[in-house]
Design a binder for this molecule. Structure first.
Ligand code: SF4
Length: 194
């Protein structure tokens, strides 16, 4: 019996695949909880960068996080170069704080693969912002030049100064500040499409 071919996106002869077709592809890869946002509605803010600089242990230690990231105004200009952005939602509760990293690493790697699949389908601008700081390697050298997996490494939305709270609330998604690890997280990855 012939094997069923896995669904993939073919480069369209006219125009680009619409949201519905892209959403079908995302669902086939296991990412069904997706909404769309106009990148012009993605909120960037200086306070997000301040939180990176003062208060986050990844600052200067992760090759995808500030200071290994463009200035806030350049991040905003970068986002304005896109017309469509998929927002993937992940709800999760972990038993132990350390479980969070392994869970995020696996999912974010799958999302990078999805971005690469879109790129190969003709979406030359496709760019993923994973829902956590890059955790591909167990030890990160902390500088872009020394990144061990440069083809897979991507900045988180926060590294690009995106106010994730304000942004996802604009499209009706749940998000709250949590006070403990046993509370359910609502995490969001952004896939800038074209
Ligand atoms: S791929 Fe590895 S070295 Fe590069 S930013 Fe991510 S964790 Fe660091």
């Amino acid at each position: 019996m012939p094997r069923k071919r896995e669904r993939s996106l073919q480069a369209p002869r006219r125009g680009r695949p619409g949201r519905a077709e892209l959403a079908q592809l995302f669902a086939a890869r296991g990412f069904a909880d997706v909404r769309w946002i106009d990148p012009a509605d993605i909120v960037t803010a200086e306070w997000v960068r301040m939180k990176c600089v003062y208060g986050c242990g990844e600052y200067g230690r992760n090759a995808c996080c500030p200071p290994n990231a463009p200035p806030v105004d350049a991040c905003a200009r970068f986002l304005r170069e896109y017309k469509r952005c998929a927002v993937f939602h992940f709800a999760k509760t972990v038993e132990k704080p350390e479980d969070r990293r392994a869970w995020g690493r696996k999912l974010n790697l799958e999302l990078v693969r999805l971005e690469q699949e879109l790129f190969k389908s003709g979406f030359e601008k496709a760019f993923l912002l994973p829902f956590d700081s890059c955790g591909i390697c167990l030890e990160c050298p902390g500088s872009r030049a020394d990144c061990k997996e440069p083809k897979l490494a991507r900045p988180s939305p926060e590294a690009l100064a995106i106010d994730v709270f304000a942004t996802v609330r604009r499209i009706g998604c749940p998000i709250e500040v949590l006070s403990d690890y046993d509370q359910e997280m609502n995490r969001y990855a952004f896939l800038l499409v074209d």
